[in-house]
Write a protein that binds this ligand. Structure first.
Ligand code: ATP
Ligand code: MG
Length: 233
């Protein structure tokens, strides 16, 4: 088993409040893991530390043995550009660019990239390339955001409530597509959610409570995204 990420004794303090309270965690390569937990438990903070968007107050994060918490601002930006993709609840597309241009923003010039046509076909947005975000449904916008995040073939894809604004049908579709992208291209997915059914589709469910790991459960035989019965905590 190869660990792609290793977080060691992570602490994050905001205004004297310890929001992450000593988390040590390893993530295996080419897996789909969920970070589950109540609102305010520290999921986004932890995800942002693992993805290099936030600096921990204490502790280290290593990506394939390289300490990213020790990098200069410039080197960290380069690491993020090269190896990570992010998907958020609010798609964050650029409204003055069409779908094609929004996706192209994600291309890391001079490096390996997924095939644009194949990716847009998988995500079923190939017929929308000339449209602008304002003319797309929420589900379509999120699939464009996924294309933008994965076109560069990131090593790890960080998703924070990526289905939080979507209805049941679109949420299932997004989870199913992310699972396909993980399997097809070996992209490791770390997915923050409140949704217990989405958690049931994961290889591993890491539950966070009060800034600590409360439970950590592996699933040998997770349910298929299509089998989800809707419900949330
Ligand atoms: N930039 C910040 N400054 C101060 N406090 C913060 C900051 N970011 C997060 N917090 C606090 O840290 C705690 C954890 O926040 P976080 O956003 O990680 O929770 P979460 O588990 O993602 O919650 P949710 O499910 O509601 O998104 C909360 O109490 C929050 O108020
Ligand atoms: Mg959050």
């Amino acid at each position: 088993m190869t660990f792609i990420l290793r977080a060691d004794s992570i602490t994050k303090t905001f205004a004297k409040e310890k929001v992450i309270n000593g988390i040590t965690l390893e993530i295996e390569e080419n897996t789909f893991s969920v970070l589950l937990g109540p609102s305010g438990s520290g999921k986004s903070t932890l995800l942002n530390i693992l993805s290099g968007l936030l600096t921990p107050s204490l502790g280290t994060v290593c990506h394939r043995g390289k300490d990213i918490t020790a990098l200069s601002e410039e080197k960290l930006a380069e690491w993020k550009r090269s190896f990570t993709g992010n998907i958020f609840q609010n798609y964050l597309l650029l409204n003055n660019l069409n779908v094609r241009e929004n996706i192209e923003i994600g291309i890391n010039k001079g490096r390996d990239a997924l095939d644009f046509r194949q990716l847009t076909e998988i995500l079923e947005i190939d017929h929308l390339l000339d449209k602008f975000p304002a003319h797309l449904s929420g589900g379509q916008q999120q699939r464009v955001a996924i294309a933008r995040a994965v076109i560069k073939k990131p090593d790890i894809l960080f998703c924070d409530e990526a289905t939080g604004s979507l209805d049941e049908a679109n949420s299932k579709k997004v989870v199913s597509l992310l699972r396909s992208l993980q399997r097809a291209f070996g992209i490791t997915v770390l997915f923050v959610t409140h949704n217990l059914q989405i958690a049931e589709t994961a290889d591993r469910i890491i539950t966070i409570k009060d800034g600590r790991i409360y439970k950590d459960r592996y699933q040998e035989d997770p349910i298929q995204p299509e089998e989800m019965v809707w419900g949330s905590i």
